[in-house]
Design a protein around this ligand. Structure first.
Ligand code: GTR
Length: 341
């Protein structure tokens, strides 16, 4: 459904384009790193914004792409604006609890998802795909990935870089994404076992939610609105969802036995909170194979009452489709509980 990328030898290089050892009121180290990729006569770049808590020798790290450019995640004036963003500086700071993250001893790395794949149709040429020898839609096989696979790939490339740093704890790396980027985070975490924990924030249809419930956004609807997100083969199930031989609990189960967190929002019925919970509950049966506690027999938790069992975490908070302080607090707490040095 997501699709894969062709095997390609891609050359990478890293360049720190800006840095400060005195960021976020003096408590953080800031690095802005350009990662360059080249292959098939093409080059592409992504720009990573990394904050690390000062004085922590081995920090756990969140890798999480952003929607509007690095400069929209913070009021920090030194953060470089994205060339593609039409949004003002600090426009989405409420989604990025940098104070809480740094105060909790975590590092965080983000990048604008457009660096990897511009989120619209017929832009394949401006994405990372030419690196793989794919330039137009006609170059796509039925099972070639598209945007979701590309964003997942981007998260892994950030991790490649982070693992070159002495002060990042290789055993406590977390991939997190919201909504369409939650779908990408799950697909990334399922494939890239270097990520020690995987978090889906309101990922909904074709993310954490079960497709065959046909509730809220459907597979047909998502493939029609966003035909550039999933591989072409997925579209063949649009009108016959019951024949889809997989469902999203199997994606969550691929994360096992690593900790996985699924979060929903009460007013986000489009993403089907109940379907997200049932999916995690089913996936938890695979965690049982590793001797971990499961969510079997648990009822759908009340709003703002997180259910954490074994290596599976779930909550449905009040409010809309968003990432909030409540969500970050839960993720940090869950990571502290489950990721050991
Ligand atoms: C919606 C889409 C969802 C979700 C969301 C988002 O339009 O229907 O699947 O991905 O966008 O990314 O905010």
């Amino acid at each position: 459904m997501y699709g894969i990328l062709p095997e390609t030898d891609i050359q990478k290089s890293y360049r720190v384009v800006e840095k400060s050892d005195d960021a976020l009121g003096g408590k953080a180290i800031r690095r802005q790193i350009e990662i360059s990729f080249s292959a098939n006569g093409q080059t592409r770049q992504m720009l990573v914004l990394l904050y690390m808590p000062k004085g922590v020798k081995q920090c756990p790290v969140f890798v999480s792409p952003n929607f509007q450019g690095n400069a929209t995640t913070t009021t920090d004036p030194a953060v470089i604006e994205s060339p593609y963003s039409t949004h003002g500086r600090a426009n989405q700071t409420s989604r990025w609890s940098y104070d809480r993250i740094i105060n909790s001893g975590f590092a965080v790395a983000t990048f604008h998802y457009y660096d990897i794949y511009i989120d619209s149709d017929n832009k394949l040429n401006e994405t990372i795909y030419p690196l793989f020898g794919i330039n137009t839609n006609t170059d796509l096989q039925a099972n070639t990935g598209k945007a979701i696979t590309a964003w997942a790939w981007g998260c892994s490339r950030v991790l490649d870089y982070l693992l070159t740093l002495d002060n990042i704890d290789q055993k406590r790396t977390i991939v997190l994404g919201h909504s369409r980027l939650g779908k990408a985070a799950l697909w990334c975490g399922a494939q890239d076992e270097r990520f020690a924990m995987v978090i889906s924030n309101d990922s909904g249809c074709s993310g954490a939610a079960l497709s065959r419930r046909n509730f809220g956004e459907t597979v047909e609807r998502i493939n029609t609105s966003f035909p550039w997100w999933f591989c072409n083969k997925y579209q063949s199930y649009n009108q016959n969802i019951s024949s889809l031989p997989i469902d999203q609990h199997e994606l969550l189960a691929l994360v096992a036995p690593r900790p996985v967190y699924v979060a929903s929002a009460q007013e986000d019925q489009w993403a089907d909170p109940r379907g997200e919970f049932l999916s995690l509950q089913e996936a938890s049966k695979v965690y049982a194979l590793y001797g971990l506690e499961t969510l079997e027999g648990c009822s759908f938790p009340a709003v703002n009452e997180p259910l954490w069992k074994g290596n599976c975490g779930y909550h449905m908070r009040t409010g809309i489709h968003d990432v909030t302080e409540y969500d970050w607090q839960a993720y940090i707490g869950f990571a502290n509980l489950h990721l050991k040095r």
